[in-house]
Unconditional design. Structure first.
Length: 138
């Protein structure tokens, strides 16, 4: 979908409630700002490998998101905001699984189910992802 969109610099996707997958971001080589908001069923983000010029990344209201793609390709991002960010912050993706964390409970507004701990075979955060995600967690 984005293969021939190298001049695109800004994308704001919001309120695609039933969508489970996004298309590859390959081709968005000049993207500077990416906002992804209110995808209740989205359980995976595409790789960020081609987004080397990304300056702002906002991910919000994605309660089904269990993991993040490797953030190393966007390590120079100037603004990284992750709100109501899904279960990746407490299900073991970042290290220790803590199902008592509020982000792992039944979502109070969307009603999405409580999280479960990732299995030992599930992907875990890379060092760059840990570094960047730690800067936006409160």
């Amino acid at each position: 979908m984005f293969d021939d969109m190298s001049s695109q610099t800004f994308i704001h996707f919001a309120v695609f409630i039933p969508m489970k997958r996004l298309p590859s971001f390959t081709g968005l080589t000049n993207l500077k700002s990416l906002t992804l908001a209110l995808f209740l069923s989205l359980d995976e983000l595409p790789a960020l490998d081609s987004l080397h010029r990304l300056e702002k990344l906002l991910v919000t209201c994605m309660p089904s998101l269990n993991t993040l793609p490797d953030l190393a390709p966007v390590k120079n991002v100037k603004s990284l905001i992750m709100l109501d960010r899904g279960t990746w912050c407490c299900n073991g993706f970042l290290g220790q699984c803590n199902l008592d964390h509020p982000m792992c409970q039944v979502h109070p507004l969307w009603g999405t189910p409580a999280a479960t701990c990732l299995s030992s075979n599930d992907p875990k955060a890379t060092p760059e992802t840990l570094n960047l995600s730690g800067k936006c967690l409160h």
